[in-house]
Write a protein that binds this ligand. Structure first.
Ligand code: GLU
Length: 303
């Protein structure tokens, strides 16, 4: 007899503002998939980039998740407290020759479309970044749970990956790989804006000797002009005091049957009905969906 398949998912917002409808879709999608697989769902605060952080946003995001019925099944992990783990990972890569110090600036790299293949630094006094060395033959392929087979020529399309920035901050790509492993994440479910980051995360896992989790990228919510919601005027925060209408819209964007959650008046009742009726096979296999987000009761429409 085999036991249940272990499943641990996560939602990992950056505290750059309040949660908007696009983040709600990613949070709800990852939560529903974790519940569907009888797994756990963890929250991680990706507060790695103080210049982009908005004071109070992390706590506001956690409060919003709570108001929408989504609470981490374990302690919330704060990336700002994880420097030692990132340092250890980078030391391992530097010691083994898989990472190197690099003084190239953006303008140095402009002539090669910003893609680093060898150092061309013009100013040797610049503080160095640390990069992962990407082999010329580094083609990565993986099967996304929704988007199908994804192939990327990381050397040609991305180049040597920054692990620690020249300003001393850890790069998202490093932190996400170290922390997905540290939290025992088996299933990364997130927006399709991160689809093209996944191959470099897989390369990094391989360089660190870590297993690769499963990946599933949900449609990114864009406005009528095709702009990512967080960058558009329509990116109104979801309202903690009116969760049901936003949940219903997110449910519809996720390709689920509206009738399954109709007429419910409490968030806990809604979430219970949603997890009982969720059908992963009807998730839309698209990388983006438009949303007319004029207010929190706006109607979502997949294209
Ligand atoms: N912190 C990232 C964001 O808010 C998401 C990281 C991830 O899910 O891997 O865009």
């Amino acid at each position: 007899m085999t036991g249940p398949v272990p499943y641990r998912g996560r939602f990992a917002p950056s505290p750059t503002g309040r949660l908007h409808f696009g983040s709600l879709v990613a949070a709800l999608g990852s939560w529903l998939l974790a519940r569907h697989h009888r797994g756990e769902w963890l929250v991680r605060v990706e507060d790695l980039d103080p210049p982009r952080e908005v004071a109070g946003a992390a706590h506001a995001q956690l409060e919003t998740l709570g108001a929408f019925g989504m609470v981490s099944d374990g302690p919330v992990l704060w990336q700002s407290r994880r420097h030692a783990a990132y340092q250890q990972a980078v030391d391992q890569l530097l010691d083994g020759g898989a990472a190197f110090f690099c003084r190239c600036s953006r303008s140095d790299l402009a002539a090669v479309d910003g893609i680093h293949r060898r150092c061309v630094a013009s100013d040797s006094r610049r503080l160095p970044a640390i990069r992962l060395r990407v082999d010329d033959a580094a083609q990565v392929a993986f099967d996304d749970g929704l988007q199908g087979r994804i192939v990327q020529d990381v050397a040609r399309e991305v180049g040597d990956v920054v692990l620690r920035r020249a300003d001393g901050y850890w790069a998202y790509q490093l932190a996400v790989v170290v922390d997905d492993h540290a939290q025992g994440i088996t299933d990364v479910v997130r927006g399709a804006d991160l689809l093209d980051s996944t191959p470099r995360q897989i390369l990094l896992q391989q360089a660190l000797g870590l297993p690769t989790p499963r990946y599933l990228h949900l449609p990114l919510i864009v406005d009528a002009q095709g702009q990512k919601l967080s960058k558009s005027m329509a990116a109104l925060p979801v309202d903690d005091d009116a969760p049901l209408s936003a949940l219903a819209a997110a449910w519809q964007v996720l390709g689920q049957r509206p009738g399954a959650v109709a007429g419910l008046s409490s968030v806990s009742g809604w979430m219970a009905a949603a997890s009982a009726n969720f059908q992963p096979e009807t998730l839309p296999k698209v990388t983006s969906t438009t949303f007319a987000a004029l207010h929190n009761t706006a109607v979502a429409r997949a294209v």
